[in-house]
Design a protein around this ligand. Sequence first.
Ligand SMILES: [Zn+2]
Length: 487
Amino acid sequence: MKNNKSFYITTTLPYINAEPHIGFAMEIIRADALARYKALTGHDVFFNTGTDEHGKKIWESAQKEGMETQAFTDKLSQRFKLLKDTLDLYDDVTFIRTTDEHHKKAAQEFWKLVDKNGYIYKKNYQAKYCVGCELEKTDSELVDGKCPIHPNRDLEIIEEENYFFKFSEFTQPLLDYYEVNKDFIRPDFRFEEIKSFVSGGLQDFSISRSKEKMPWGVPVPGDDEQVMYVWFDALVNYISTLGWPNSENFTKFWEEGQTVQIAGKDNLRQQSAMWQAMLMAAELPPTQTILINGFLNGPDGRKMSKSLGNVLSPDEVLALLPVDALRFYLVNEVSPFEDSPISLDLIKDAYTAHLVNGIGNLTNRIVKMASSYDVTVALPSPEEVWEDKEFVSPEFHDHMNNFVPQKSLQYLFKEIREMDTFITREEPFKKIKVDEEAAKEDVARLMINLWYIGVLLEPFMPEASEKIKQAVANKEVPAAPIFPRLA
Ligand SMILES: [Zn+2]
């Protein structure tokens, strides 16, 4: 029985050899908004993120640095752990590392189970492999002999005896699952893309490497010569984080709760086909919903790359702007599903227009009037606001429950613009001289509206939400501006 009061959401796990990417910041901030929303509306929430730490690239880099590999990954994973503070994430977010002992044990248990069910075998083979995608590529997928997503990388030729997962046996089970779960992948055009990929027939994929060539991995159960390669290690984190195979949390969140995964479009196949087939092979329930983000490109729409000099890191943004400016931009200004441009200038413009001159300025004006006209209002508790089905449009909740936080945030900003319009039309600052009662009523109405906005902004901009609530509750213009004007 699905218990809709338990809510599970996970990001993908970034590979730790690169700095945190702005695209990952988008993924995790959107997941954070949904996790916070579910917690605020009375759900038990399990929010998972972390780092993928095995593989050849890490092992080689550690050797170059002259460091022990585990110590090296400890250092690198720290950069991602810091995101919890720098991106102001939900307090109870779980940070899993694929080098955690309990994860490695779970990965081995998962392997054993799938093996017992007859879906793992060993064979000699030769394949072209894109290390960028961590995927084997067939000739039909290549453009000019290169991976179209990573045209600057040479493909690796692998020739060895490895274990394989019988992915090919899951063509029909996956198509059946897609058929029954009409909203499994959002958006629709990505769902169509994966359906068409699976309908084309699936190829078994390799899931181990020889330990001799690649020692930095989880040992394959019962074979000292082989370690797991990427999938049966990395993807299993989504349930090892819950304590699988033995845990109440797995039952509560994965089996009985609502499960949501969020990923970039380059992860469509891994999350919506490979991982789902692996779950089926282990006789575990598939994920219920997968959200697929587009890419963030440079301001001219070209892909971010070092050579074009258009790479933007979360740290560069946070050095100049409050974290809520970044959170706002990545939820409100970036398309939920399509590729979108991003640059420091675009973020600054949106910040000034909607936050400094928008909600920041509006808060000051309203609170100042309430204080000088001595307006008293009774404010509902935040809990009451979250439960309020009359004052808050169902539209706001529907969009969150359909996992499109952008539309809920846009709804709040439409309300904010209407409050501005109301002030311009009613002019309470003039009215106060001729009709004190009416002016006070206007301001009281604005204060209540602002309080609701302050409360409802929490999933998106937690810091600003707190400051707006305080300003309204204390009827006091904040000593430091909520959104400082840029120099
Ligand atoms: Zn590639």
